[in-house]
Design a protein around this ligand. Structure first.
Ligand code: PHE
Length: 465
């Protein structure tokens, strides 16, 4: 017998799950560094503009399509038209590619919160090697990374097996407020360190000179790519969560709350990270280097309290990662479930989620064994495995899928189609002119620009520099 797919119990639960999806490694290791190196306050200005004219509309589009269809991503696009199923297929391939590196990174976070936890009781003994050495030793120990990846995947599975309200909603309504509190604790510590103001200056001081000449184009591409990845758009996640939202709730309100909350957490991540980095006299960085080397150095240099703050920070990053990965796993599983339902077949949620998670674990093996390209595995197209999977997802399929989606909404479905779903149960779709302008003009141009910008940055083509 097939079970029903379930729904979020409350709008708060929906928001926590969606913000949980949006807030991830992108906020913590992407945003602070990009903001700092791309003009500080000037970057923030462009970021906000992209959120308003592209981010809100793409989010609203995904929530609306999802809720209207009440189905996973492939069946949802089929509802629009048979030929559009391909956009759903793109989303699924993007989702699987993303998971194929994201789970390994989740495993890194687990290793680090576990090590810092142990260090609390062993007076930091395990970090005697310097942080770079420690990180390199860890990532080149394939067996350990694979074991942590397996644990990370199993935890994901346990959560999504619990279903939408009993698993995802229950977990995220506890985990996201906890993440917020932990972030505040780390911010307070970070900005109270002597010398932290240099970090605030790095992050926030507006440097308008970055806009000079054609400079603004490359900053816009960086900001656009960041907004887009950070909001978990262009894959199965948000459409699927939308499909579990009650018809009573306001889609417009939620499509504004989620991006705003995600942007706030990104700024807060900068406040947590950069002041501490500068206070310790370290160089700012982005990516894994920031998270696992620079920050661990900060904790190593902090003395006895270092491992406590290290534990809190890495636990927080782990929560950010797992609340993102469950949204993607759910998106893939839900698409499969609905394909079965459409064929009139029975399904077992437990079986489907287990197979999807198992496949994701196997696809993570090259990433886990690759030591970020430092191992002996062959490198696809000259990329390390993490970057290769990321290229497929973030570089190509996610922006391409979203580009097609906004064009479909702007030029085929139109605002009345959107309003039909949005205005159910007495809700209003205000500012239709604004949304129409976004779907017809700013979102397609923005998404095209982001797509080209992503390909440019992966292949270092120099189009925008
Ligand atoms: N938004 C997540 C982050 O910032 C990444 C993500 C993308 C998660 C797409 C789910 C879907 O890290």
């Amino acid at each position: 017998m097939s079970e029903s797919k379930g729904q979020f119990n409350s709008n708060f639960g929906f928001i926590m799950a969606s913000v949980g999806s949006a807030v991830g490694l992108g906020n913590l290791w992407g945003f602070p560094y990009k903001m700092g190196t791309s003009g500080g306050g000037a970057f923030l200005l462009l970021y906000v503009i992209v959120v308003i004219f592209v981010g809100f509309a793409v989010t609203l589009g995904e929530f609306t399509i999802g809720r209207k269809a009440g189905k996973g991503v492939i069946e949802a696009y089929k509802m629009i038209g048979k030929n559009y199923a391909i956009v759903g297929v793109f989303a699924i391939i993007a989702a699987i590619s993303l998971l194929s590196f994201y789970c390994t990174l989740g495993a890194y976070c687990m290793k680090y919160f576990a090590s810092n936890f142990v260090a609390i009781f062993t007076h930091g003994g395990i970090f005697e090697a310097d942080a770079t050495q420690y990180f390199n030793d860890f990532i080149s120990n394939g067996g350990v990374v694979v074991a942590f990846t397996a644990i990370f995947c199993i935890l994901n599975l346990v959560i999504i097996m619990g279903g939408v309200s009993g698993g995802i909603e229950k977990f995220t309504t506890i985990a996201m407020p906890a993440l917020f509190i932990m972030l505040i604790i780390v911010i307070i510590k970070s900005i109270s360190l002597p010398g932290s103001s240099a970090g605030l200056e790095f992050m926030f001081k507006p440097d308008m000179s970055v806009f000079a000449g054609t400079g603004w184009i490359s900053i816009l591409a960086t900001a656009g790519g960041q907004v887009f990845f950070s909001l978990s758009l262009g894959m199965a996640a948000m459409i699927t969560y939308g499909s579990y939202l009650s018809k009573k709730e306001s889609l417009v309100k939620n499509s504004i709350i989620v991006p705003v909350a995600d942007s706030l957490v990104a700024i807060m991540a900068g406040l947590a990270v950069m002041p501490a980095v500068f206070a310790m006299g370290l160089e700012p960085a982005g990516g894994p280097g920031l998270l696992f080397i620079t920050l661990q150095t900060v904790f190593n240099d902090m003395g006895a309290v270092g491992p406590i703050f290290g534990f809190v920070l890495y636990f927080l990053v782990f929560i950010a990662a797992i609340t993102s990965s469950i949204s993607v796993l759910e998106g893939v599983s839900s698409a499969w479930i609905d394909a079965k339902v459409a064929k009139g077949q029975d399904y077992s949620r437990k079986k489907i989620t287990s197979i999807v998670t198992g496949a994701v674990f196997i696809l993570n093996l090259p990433t886990s064994l690759d030591a970020l390209g430092g191992g002996s595995l062959p490198q696809p197209l000259g990329f390390c495995w993490l970057d290769f999977y990321d290229l497929l997802a973030e570089g190509i399929l996610m922006p391409l899928g979203s580009l097609i989606m906004v064009i479909i909404i702007g030029y085929k479905l139109h605002m009345d189609w959107m309003a039909e779903e949005i205005e159910l149960e007495g809700n209003k779709m205000g500012a239709k002119g604004f949304w129409n302008f976004c779907y017809k003009v700013t979102a397609p141009i923005g998404m095209l620009f982001i797509l080209v910008g992503q390909i440019d940055s992966f292949f270092k083509l120099g189009i925008f520099s």
